[in-house]
Design a protein around this ligand. Structure first.
Ligand SMILES: Cc1cc2nc3c(=O)[nH]c(=O)nc-3n(C[C@H](O)[C@H](O)[C@H](O)COP(=O)(O)OP(=O)(O)OC[C@H]3O[C@@H](n4cnc5c(N)ncnc54)[C@H](O)[C@@H]3O)c2cc1C
Length: 378
């Protein structure tokens, strides 16, 4: 049995990036995942994820996002893959709502370029997007989407190039730690290391029972629509979009690579105790969610139509304040956790992997992690 410097449990969105940063730093790293690389059973699948910087949720995320942008660029260069499609993002909603004031606040705090337009002009620019006449619309040109599975695979490939050892299709059943080492019990035996990083996504509740009551797992649904006319493709300049409506937050992506327009509801979701174990992984339907998405499309995406050609489900793992958990476990300082990404974490994962590596190696932290501390949840 090898003794590792660091074991990473979970090689999904955040864990693949952590494994890459650790091994790039010359750290003897083992990554363990219960499924195959870039699988579709957790939170990091479904083709695309929106990436943006004028963060309506809270300006405190912007420095982390600026670093994430640098690291996505680096990952594209080093992996020779196109990961980030800068389609721009149109955000629409009431001027006294959550999204528009939040975007304005982050943009003003950090001097980020945004363009404000009345919704009527948005509809003139892209006839497939509309908003209510008394809303505001903001365009963030520096936003777009990430190809989610490709990003995970790129981190995994580079981690391996830097000498990382990966055990896929191997479950962690238990872990323990004392002041000298951590011990991880898997399907295939016991592994030991000086440090542990846990990036278990929606399985964090079982991996870290102490956090279980603070994390809610939501099953979420994605829908691909076949447009009833031209104008919705990335090559035609159609952007990503995000609406704050009376029925909640909805967002979507242009067609690319011959797929439909992908739409989802950011609000809502089905609370569940643990991720599904159905081996066929057939999407679980939620008719009321689908109806809300179809209604949204017919109200705000003129010409898209209502033909849903495919669906998928995926999980949010949400904290009560919807801010992430990025911390060392209070009773186990040699265990770093990245969890509770609350349905908006993928765009950050390039930076979260670096932060997890810095925490595990007790390096100077260039970010204020106070908003993400475990103790705020107590
Ligand atoms: C429908 C949907 C839409 C989203 N849209 C966006 C968006 O537009 N923009 C954005 O930024 N974010 C978005 N998100 C959120 C983002 O995708 C997630 O926050 C992020 O992917 C979570 O990454 P993770 O590493 O925490 O989890 P995962 O990627 O699920 O990784 C966890 C890994 O841990 C492994 N694991 C767990 N337990 C064990 C064990 N016991 N043994 C071995 N391995 C284990 C799992 O197999 C898995 O690979 C969306 C999420 C969903 C579901």
């Amino acid at each position: 049995m090898a003794i590792w410097d660091v074991i990473v449990i979970g090689v999904g969105g955040a864990g693949s990036a952590a494994a890459m940063h650790l091994s790039k730093a010359g750290v003897h790293t083992l990554g363990i995942d219960q499924y195959h690389a870039a699988h579709d059973r957790g939170s990091s699948h479904g083709q695309t994820r929106i990436i943006r910087q004028a963060y309506f949720e809270n300006p405190c995320y912007v420095p982390l996002l600026q670093r994430a942008y640098e690291l996505w660029n680096e990952l594209e260069d080093n992996s020779n893959r196109k990961l980030f499609h800068r389609t721009g993002l149109v955000e629409l909603g009431p001027s006294d709502g959550i999204v528009i004031p939040g975007v304005r606040s982050s943009a003003a705090t950090y001097g980020l370029p945004i363009e404000k337009l009345p919704p009527s002009e948005i509809n003139q620019k892209w006839s497939g997007i509309r908003g209510e006449h008394d809303w505001e619309a903001i365009i963030e040109l520096n936003a777009g989407f990430l190809r989610v599975e490709e990003c995970v695979q790129a981190h995994i490939d580079l981690a391996m190039q830097h000498g990382c050892n990966l055990m896929h299709n191997c479950s962690v059943n238990q872990w323990s730690s004392n002041s000298r080492e951590v011990k991880v019990v898997t399907d295939r035996g016991v592994e030991k290391a000086a440090k542990l990083v846990i990036a278990g996504g929606p399985w964090t509740r079982s991996l870290i029972p102490a956090l279980s009551s603070k994390l809610q797992i939501l099953r979420k649904h994605l829908y691909w629509f076949r447009p009833s006319r031209n104008g919705f493709r990335e090559q035609e300049g159609f952007p990503c979009f995000f609406h704050e409506t009376a029925n909640g937050f909805f967002y979507g992506f242009p067609c690319f690579n011959g797929t439909g327009v992908k739409i989802a509801r950011h609000s809502g979701g089905q609370p569940i105790e643990a991720p599904d174990t159905d081996a066929t992984n057939s999407p679980v339907l939620d008719e009321s969610d689908q109806q809300l998405v179809v209604d949204y499309a017919s109200n705000y995406l003129p010409g898209l139509g209502s033909q849903v050609i495919s669906t998928a489900s995926c999980y949010y793992t949400s904290t009560p304040d919807e801010n992430f958990v990025i911390d060392q476990l209070p009773d186990h300082p040699n265990v770093t956790v990245v969890a509770g990404l609350s349905g908006h974490g993928f765009k950050f994962t390039s930076a979260l992997g670096e932060v997890a590596s810095q925490l595990a190696l007790n390096q100077t932290m260039p970010f204020d992690l106070a908003p993400f501390a475990i103790k705020r949840l107590e």
